[in-house]
Design a protein around this ligand. Sequence first.
Ligand code: NAP
Length: 346
Amino acid sequence: MDYRALGRTGVKVSRLCLGTMTFGEQNSEAEGHAQMDYALDRGINFFDAAEIYPIPPKPETQGRTEAIIGTWLAARKSRDKVVVATKVAGRGKMIWLRKNEPATRQSPGQIMEAVEASLKRLKTDHIDLYQLHWPDRPMRIFEGLDYLHLEGEGHPIGDILGAFGKLVSDGKVRFIGLSNETPWGVMSFLTAAEQRGLPRAASIQNAYNLVNRSFEIGLSEVAYREEVSLLAYSPLGQGYLSGKYEGGALPPGSRKALFARLGRYEKGNGPKAISAYIEVARRHGLDPAQMAIAFAASRPFVTSTIIGATTMDQLKTDIAAADLTLSDAVLADIEQVHLDYPNPCP
Ligand SMILES: NC(=O)c1ccc[n+]([C@@H]2O[C@H](COP(=O)([O-])OP(=O)(O)OC[C@H]3O[C@@H](n4cnc5c(N)ncnc54)[C@H](OP(=O)(O)O)[C@@H]3O)[C@@H](O)[C@H]2O)c1
């Protein structure tokens, strides 16, 4: 495992980060603990959670993921060995997250309420990386590449950063990060932070994988030049790039079999692109999941790639991808598929 700088924080995080959003739904507490033990043993020092997890978000399970991490941190006495990242929800309708609010927003009051609840579940007095899960301003996310302007404003970025500034000065949060952001959003946060002497975003957590390289259109330069670390999520396209759903297969217990939320991988050129990448892997004698993870992890603008697994076998395969270097021939074949089917699953 090698380690890379998290933005300008001076902290180094492993090139693979353990995603935890299956803990408390597809994975039990004991399985989550076993995953964290194994990941730490293999050199992973970075865990990612969110207040809304596990997925799919539901009032009856909300918070279980952070609670499972919390019992692990307490039982293993390993708080100082891991960089713990979590997130506060953006504008939305998951009203069960807040006590007395009609909607989730990133108002300073809601941020304070969210962080206290996360700290309690995580059984810690500080969060290393506290991220805005998605923006507070109205915008279309998780739904395509084209820009669609939605009227309305979010909470002023200065107010959001002001809340973060207080959390940092109180010692409850060390660093802050963005997620599901655009180039305009990242630059606005950086500018406001610099002008007001408030915390600077260390990272941006966006989807990045073989069938969704939209980060490269605009955001990769921002990440690279501004030293805002990309934490790349869904490197397997939620499992599709492992090949498990090829030929109409539907493995029992898989995310697709359990939850009908994966339509983005089955539209347009998505299935053709996915099959073509799997064919590239097989032609070169590679495991398709390992090729997909190694691709994301080897991009120069990616700091850490957030993997997720529901079995120990998957986790072992995925973590071993950290040792895989893709040859020029593999990268050339990947590039050809990308040219044939650019970003079919944004
Ligand atoms: N900021 C955000 O909005 C956001 C959004 C999504 C994710 N994330 C973060 O990123 C993490 C990873 O996201 P993700 O789960 O979508 O990542 P992913 O790597 O694209 O998909 C992981 C899923 O694929 C399947 N899988 C994993 N390894 C496999 C293998 N070797 N062979 C076959 N199937 C395999 C497992 O699901 P099944 O066993 O169910 O098939 C696993 O849960 C999350 O835990 C979370 O921390 C953040």
